[in-house]
Design a protein around this ligand. Structure first.
Ligand code: GTP
Length: 398
């Protein structure tokens, strides 16, 4: 049986997803396209707009509204069920899903990659995720990215526990896609647009970037493209490429726009308070910083720092291999030559590796400010457990 190609449209609130969808539906007369329109509110405004703008009626079998929740979390089961229903009906060539503006693309993509035992649904048998499209509002990007606001501040959160920042969400959407539509290009001058495109290219080196006005694109760019590959897109983020391939293999961004990146690598632990302060007052020239950190107060734990614009998170991510019992450690080392190659006789795999992407980056200043956060020679000799810990994580035992 031929699997139905599925396209997912993501993008922050107001970026132009509905506009893109309407354009697609209007220009795609030869195939039967089913749409699933997700909206956070009870009244599905986007569904209404699609109905008005595309000529497809809400009463038609191939129009599905998922309202009052988000398909990346609360409505994930509903998404599974509705896609399965569409697939079973069988008279559909393509499915296009418009996510809410606060939806994260990864969990939506995952819905298509596993068998849900509980519901007894296996979408992998009937559908294939074909293209992950992210729409970026070229005019609002910097405003949203640098706002420093959380979704809760903007009253756009899923619930009171939703602590995500706008900048994090923008980054998640950019980093997980294979086609990126830079929309509203009519509102931005050519130079600013070139600069923005270069920044986005450094955050997302793999995706095809297409500039659009009013979401106008050739449908073949986003329907049945055969582009999606979970592994590939999961590894497409700029910071990850830099970390995996090293800077020598890095494709240089147009120097003209001053976009560059480098990796800060040190085999000494950070003083946690100094590092925390650094992270909280990063220079504006840093657009994206992400990496693994060794802190003296958590000598067993590798810490992940992830910054996007003004939003910064510092969280425990795993145990250092060097902190594991010897039999486990040996097993991991045997299976991972890359860890073995970097193994230090004294510190094992403990180290700090942070990829920094930015505009007009003062690399030397940033490097020396980070170096000031490392333990000094005297501090290295003093007992580390007497250093105050600014992080309030509760880490359960191994
Ligand atoms: N000037 C300009 N306006 C645009 C463009 N694309 C979309 N718009 C307008 O931007 C507004 C938001 O567009 P939508 O398509 O509703 O955005 P969305 O991403 O679906 O929004 P949410 O559903 O709230 O997440 C609408 O008023 C559109 O008419 C564009 O390229 N240029």
């Amino acid at each position: 049986m031929k699997k139905i190609p599925v396209t997912v449209l993501s993008g922050y609130l107001g970026a132009g997803k509905t506009t893109v969808l309407n354009n697609l539906l209007q220009n795609q007369k030869n195939f039967k396209v089913a749409v699933i329109v997700n909206d956070m509110s009870e009244i599905n405004i986007d569904a209404e707009l699609v109905e008005k703008g595309s000529g497809i009626s809400r009463t038609e079998e191939k129009f599905v509204e998922l309202s009052n929740g988000c398909i990346c979390c609360t409505l994930r089961e509903d998404l599974l069920i509705e896609v399965q229903k569409l697939a079973e009906k069988g008279n559909v060539d393509y499915i296009v899903i418009e996510s809410t503006g606060i939806s994260e693309p990864i969990p939506v993509a995952q819905t298509f990659s596993y068998i849900d035992e509980e519901l007894g649904i296996d979408l992998t048998a009937t559908c294939k995720l074909d293209t992950m499209v992210t729409v970026v509002d070229a005019n609002r990007f910097w405003h949203d990215f640098q706002s420093g606001e959380s979704l809760l501040d903007r009253k756009e959160a899923v619930g009171e526990l939703d602590e995500r920042d706008v900048a994090d969400l923008l980054i998640d959407q950019i980093e997980f896609c294979d086609v990126l539509l830079l929309n509203k290009c009519d509102l931005v001058d050519a130079e600013a647009l070139d600069k923005l495109e270069n920044v986005i290219r450094s955050l997302q080196p793999e995706a095809k970037i297409i500039r659009t006005v009013n979401g106008k694109i050739d449908p073949s760019e986003v329907l049945n493209t055969n582009r999606f590959d979970f592994e590939k897109v999961s590894n497409s983020a700029g910071w990850l490429k830099e970390l995996q391939l090293g800077h020598e293999n890095h494709t240089p961004e147009t120097e003209e726009y001053g976009i560059s990146s480098f990796t800060y690598v040190r085999r000494l632990p950070f003083h946690p308070e100094r590092f925390k302060q650094w992270a909280e007052s990063m220079p504006q020239s840093i657009v994206r910083a992400k990496g693994i950190v060794w802190s003296a107060t958590h000598n067993d734990i590798a810490i992940l720092i992830s910054q996007a614009g003004p939003s910064v998170s510092i969280d425990p991510v795993s145990y250092w291999v060097a902190a594991l019992p010897s039999h486990q450690r040996e097993q991991i080392l045997q299976q991972n030559p890359a860890i073995q190659a970097e193994w230090d006789i004294e510190y094992g795999d403990r180290m700090t590796k942070i990829v920094i992407i930015g505009i007009d980056l003062p690399k030397d200043t940033i490097t020396s400010s980070l170096d000031k956060c490392l333990l000094t020679t005297e501090e290295m000799m003093d007992p580390w457990d007497e250093i105050a810990d600014p992080f309030d994580w509760k880490i359960s035992g191994r």
